[in-house]
Every structure is written in structure tokens, then in C-alpha cells.
Ligand binder design. Structure first.
Ligand code: ADP
Length: 397
């Protein structure tokens, strides 16, 4: 750590004894679509944000003034970024906890804090936390070596799901293993790599649901309505409000999210994903930031998840999470092979369009659309139509 970083950190520590409530500068580590949508929210709230992009073509970098590019896992880069802002928050989990911890040690405000983030970025620690709190989850075996993996697979019986404890997202780092030969191919191809893994039976899924809660600096928690998420190949393609699950399950999902937010002392948005399996609610994973399952809160609730995340980390009062519509549906626009970028000239009249300005790559989330209204059938149909009009393959080019 250079003196410069050390000194500016030290100054912050003194400055931060009393949080500046009026108009703190919020630094977001990450400049993807979540940072982009937080930036949009910051404009409406007259809040000042900066982003630390990993890549020069990250979408928020194009629009957020005073942005930086650097490796977010590098403690010196993080410290330099933190010294330019009043509070640091995150739009992704590809971070190094020791580096984040060093920000706190240097007196910078980090929200959510490093202890909470350490759980969020590691599915093995999530699993331990869920077990300790008595939250139902799929049976899970934690392993590190190939032979442990193979033994776990035999113990649980095929098919199983093998997941990297860290570094995965959008289904990357999640492998469904139906037969032993498939496992052998993953091992032989070096696909699994090193680290810690979770092995779970492939549970029969009736539905997947998610809930976001937002927790303020002084522990107030507001919950968004539970939504249904639809995944294809491990990536979320659609989100629907209402979730259309029994009330008791929706209540339990919200209760679990509140419990976790309190237990982990989260500041900001916490998203919790669940499976509904055989009428039971099983927790899958958590994310400690705005989440894809909450994009529809922009159009469907009083205060979006993006605005509430900023409000929470800035120490401002939270906004209502109540729905303002009877139904909403969000469809992701995902890059496919051999296709150009989504076409804004194909924007529909009856759905809200969000294009992220990302360079096209297969499997990459390039944008989303949200339709709101009174009936779930109507909003799902409109969102689907809107996405296929905009989608590279739908554009017919
Ligand atoms: P990511 O962190 O990439 O979102 P998840 O752990 O949420 O990974 O897994 C991605 C998807 O894979 C889930 O949404 C679900 O559809 C499927 N999946 C994950 N674990 C299981 C499981 N134990 N049984 C059945 N399907 C699963």
C-alpha cells in the first residue's frame, strides 16, 4: 500500500465517524448493467456516483462521469477508488475479500460490509449460514478434490448438480451431471478446475422464485413482492410478478430474506433465490446487490431496487417497495451466436426497453424489457413480443 492511499484512507476514517447523510458520493465497484441502472436512479435522486470498471467497454463507464478502470481485486486500486468517494458498494461478486477488508481497516465506509460480502461471494459459506439458521435447502456436500467429488456424486446418486463455490454467475460454474461419463468428460476437459465445490442432487423444481429486501443503515427492512423466475440453461430469461405461489410459501420466502438480511447485517439490497420443490421452499442462493430478478421493480414498484440500494448505502431513508401494478413481466435480451446487437429501432410501443450498450457476445445479457399491466397473461405476452422484436435473432438480420 502506498503512502498516498494510506493517508487518504486515514483522512476518511476521521471524516466518517459521523456519516455524511446529505449527499455522499457513492462509489460502485463494477460498471455493468446494475451500475448503469443505479446511475439512472442516482440522476433522479440527485446523488453523485462513480464507478470502478473492470473492462474499458463496461456499460456504465460510457455514461458515469469520473469513472475509473482497474482490477477490483487489487487492494491498491480499491483504496485509490475509495479515497475519491464517501461510501463504496458493489455491482458484482468478482472481488477479493481481503482487499475489501483493507478498505474497512483504512476507515472507508463499505456497504454491505466485508463480513457480509464474504458470505455473499461464496456458496459454501452461504450453505453454512443457511444450515445454521435452519433454512431448508437442497442436500449439499462440500468437496475440494476430484475423488471427493466422485464420492459425493455416488453418495447423493445421479443426477447431481456440481457448483463452484465462488466465481460463478448466470449458470457459469454450474454443471448438471446426469451420467458418470459426463463427469469424466468434465474432469478430462479440465472444465471443473480447482477450488471448492457444492454437490447437490438435481432437485425436481416446480418453480423458482426470488425476493429482494432492502436494509437501511439502522436496520429497517422493506421487502419487495416475491417474483417468479424462469431459467433456461442456468440463465434467467424471464421474471414474473406475481409469483403465483401459495401465500404461505411467499410469506416464508420474505421471512427468510429478512432473517438473512438481519443476521448478515446487510446494508443495501439482498436478493434471495429459492426453488419450490414438492410444495416446499428450498433456498438456492443469495446476492448482496440489486439483482436481475428485481429489474421489474423499475416499472412495477414505487421505488426501484436500484434507487433503494443507493438510498440504503448512502444512509438515506428507504422508499416504498410496494407494487404499483397488478402484474409485470421482464424478459432478458441475451446475445446468441451469429447475431448483431439488439435494434433500438425495433422498440415496441407497449413495453419499457432497457438496452445496456454492451458489446455482443453469446450468452451475455444485453438488455431487458418490462411490460406492466393488470393480467399476468397479457404482460408475459407483451414482454415476450417486445424482446423478440428487439432480439438479434428477432430482428431478422
Ligand atoms: P448461478 O449462481 O449461476 O445463478 P445457481 O446456483 O443459481 O447458479 O444455478 C443456476 C440454475 O441451475 C438455477 O437457477 C436452477 O435452475 C439450476 N439449479 C441449481 N442448483 C440446482 C439443483 N440442486 N437442482 C436442480 N436445479 C438446480
Amino acid at each position: 500500500m502506498s503512502n498516498l492511499y494510506h493517508e487518504s484512507g486515514h483522512t476518511k476514517q476521521t471524516a466518517y465517524k459521523v456519516p455524511r447523510m446529505e449527499r455522499p458520493i457513492i462509489g460502485i465497484v463494477g460498471a455493468g448493467q446494475l451500475a448503469l441502472m443505479m446511475f439512472e436512479a442516482s440522476l433522479r435522486m440527485d446523488l453523485d456516483i462513480r464507478v470502478l470498471a473492470t473492462d474499458a467497454d463496461d456499460p456504465a463507464l460510457r455514461v458515469v462521469p469520473g469513472s475509473r478502470v482497474g482490477d477490483p481485486r487489487d487492494a491498491a486500486v480499491l483504496l485509490a477508488f475509495a479515497s475519491e468517494v464517501d461510501v463504496v458498494t458493489f455491482d458484482h461478486e468478482l472481488i477479493d475479500i481481503a482487499s475489501v477488508r483493507s478498505l474497512g481497516v483504512a476507515g472507508h465506509a463499505v456497504r454491505p460490509g466485508s463480513a457480509a460480502l464474504a458470505v455473499a461471494i461464496d456458496k459454501a459459506r452461504q450453505h453454512d449460514t443457511f444450515s445454521r439458521l435452519g433454512i431448508d435447502q437442497p442436500p449439499t456436500v462440500l468437496v475440494r478434490t476430484e475423488s471427493e467429488l466422485r464420492a459425493a456424486m455416488h453418495r447423493l446418486a445421479l443426477p447431481v448438480v456440481v457448483k463452484h463455490a465462488t466465481g460463478g454467475y448466470d449458470g457459469r460454474g454450474v454443471y448438471v451431471v446426469d451420467h458418470e461419463q459426463q463427469f469424466d468428460r468434465l474432469v478430462a476437459g479440465g472444465v471443473l478446475g480447482d477450488g471448492e465445490f457444492l454437490v447437490q442432487p438435481k432437485v425436481p423444481i416446480d418453480a423458482e422464485v426470488a425476493v429482494q429486501v432492502v436494509r437501511s443503515i439502522d436496520g429497517e427492512i422493506l421487502a419487495y413482492p416475491v417474483v417468479r423466475t424462469i431459467q433456461e440453461d442456468g440463465i434467467c430469461t424471464m421474471v414474473q410478478l406475481p409469483a403465483a405461489i401459495p401465500d404461505a410459501l411467499a410469506r416464508r420466502a420474505t421471512e427468510v430474506a429478512r432473517l438473512l438480511a438481519d443476521h448478515l447485517d446487510v446494508v443495501g439490497v439482498l436478493a434471495v433465490e429459492f426453488f419450490v420443490s414438492g410444495g416446499r421452499l428450498l433456498i438456492n442462493e443469495i446476492a448482496m446487490r440489486p439483482h436481475n430478478s428485481g429489474h421489474l421493480t423499475i416499472e412495477a414498484t414505487v421505488t426501484s431496487q436500484f434507487e433503494n440500494h443507493l438510498r440504503a448505502v448512502a444512509g438515506l431513508p428507504l422508499g416504498s417497495t410496494a407494487a404499483v401494478v397488478g402484474a409485470a413481466s421482464m424478459v432478458n435480451i441475451i446475445g446468441s451466436d451469429s447475431s448483431p446487437a439488439p435494434r433500438p429501432d425495433r422498440a415496441p410501443i407497449d413495453a419499457a426497453v432497457h438496452l445496456y450498450g454492451k458489446s455482443h457476445r453469446p450468452g451475455r445479457k444485453l438488455g431487458h424489457v418490462t411490460a406492466v399491466g393488470d393480467s399476468i397473461e397479457d404482460v408475459v405476452a407483451r414482454a415476450r413480443r417486445a424482446a423478440s422484436a428487439l432480439e438479434p435473432q428477432g430482428a431478422g438480420t
